[in-house]
Design a protein around this ligand. Structure first.
Ligand code: F6P
Length: 326
């Protein structure tokens, strides 16, 4: 199957959505058209491939979606695809629809699914899109920058009211088991402290002393950013109250971070990644993940890509500490 010229591709979005997924969908369809390849949209991720839930797409079907958040293909997390039977049904759908290869847009979980499908003989290409930026093989995942900016805008608003009332704010941001979103956002809003899963929490050192030092330096409001993978914001707020007698206000930003129109970086990256995914297939390279490395777009063999790790740069943590190191 892998040697065959690619005439028709199936494309799906899977896992948590991310701003810029639509831009990637558009780019795949438009690039496919440019290379003379037909494109079929699979709705609702891997589950859609199992259920043969599809729509034919042409260049016009992706008009006006570049600036839209979410994904017009819908997304889902499929338990059925974790089973052999489910994956076999997905392969049968590919046979029935004449799909020569699948482009899967999503995060690590999506790519593990893609690897399984490739082992059953269906060529795949992955495009990384998740607000968590936690895909090991790529410096950047589509949606991260927009999500950071959304969180920053929310926290700037919180700061206005925290400053007026001279309060402490505890804000929980997403990121699953990674602290990329929390750390970038913390630097950008000048947080008093940030808690990330990559650093073991010493509550006294990482929270209490930082608030005390900020107070001694004359501050009367405090911003504590908590990555969801590090701790629960309400628990942190309670402990601050117990230790310092303050009455922190707790905000969980939640899914608001996943919505909204993608910014320039996400539109541009998604468009380039979508194009290169189709180009790779057209040139006979499959079973790979499209990635950014130092700003360039590359493709990496999927098996190897899934073993790669990306560490939170603790130097960024140091930077944050220094900004509030009174
Ligand atoms: O992976 C993206 C993400 O938004 C994570 O940051 C978060 O932990 C998770 O998805 C939330 O998933 P759900 O949409 O199922 O609540």
């Amino acid at each position: 199957m892998e040697e065959k010229k690619i005439r028709r591709i199936g494309m799906l979005t899977s896992g948590g959505d991310a701003p810029g997924m639509n831009a990637a969908v558009r780019a795949v369809v438009r690039a496919a058209t440019a290379f003379g390849i037909e494109c079929i949209g699979i709705r609702r991720g891997w589950q859609g491939l199992i259920n043969s839930d599809f729509k034919r797409m042409d260049a016009d079907s992706v008009n006006h979606i570049l600036s839209r958040g979410g994904t017009i293909l819908y997304t889902a997390r499929s338990d059925d695809f974790l089973t052999e039977e489910g994956r076999q049904r997905a392969v049968n759908t590919c046979k029935m629809l004449g799909i020569d290869a699948v482009v899967a847009i999503g995060g690590d979980g999506t790519f593990r699914g893609a690897l399984e499908l490739s082992r059953l003989g269906v060529p795949v290409v992955g495009i990384p899109a998740t607000i968590d930026n936690d895909v090991g093989c790529t410096h950047y995942t589509i949606g991260f920058d927009t999500a950071c900016n959304t969180a920053i805008e929310c926290i700037d608003r919180l700061r206005d009211t925290m400053q007026s009332h001279e309060r402490c704010s505890v804000v929980e941001v997403m990121g699953r088991n990674a602290g990329f979103l929390a750390l970038y956002v913390s630097i950008a809003v000048g947080a008093t402290a940030v808690l990330v899963p990559e650093r073991e929490l010493d509550f006294q050192r990482d929270v209490i002393e930082r608030i005390q030092n900020a107070r001694l330096a004359g501050n009367t409001h405090f911003m504590i950013v908590v990555a969801e993978g590090a701790a629960h914001a309400f628990e942190i707020g309670k402990r601050i109250h117990e230790e310092l007698g303050m009455e922190p206000r707790v905000t969980v930003l939640g899914h608001i971070q996943r919505g909204g129109s993608p910014n320039a970086r996400d539109r541009e990256t998604a468009t380039r990644m979508g194009y290169f995914a189709v180009k790779a297939l057209h040139e006979g390279r499959a079973n790979c993940i499209i990635a950014t490395q130092h700003g360039d777009i590359v493709d990496l063999p999927i098996e190897e890509a899934l073993t790669m790790k990306k560490h939170l740069q603790m130097e960024r943590y140091e930077v944050l500490q220094a900004m509030c190191n009174f």
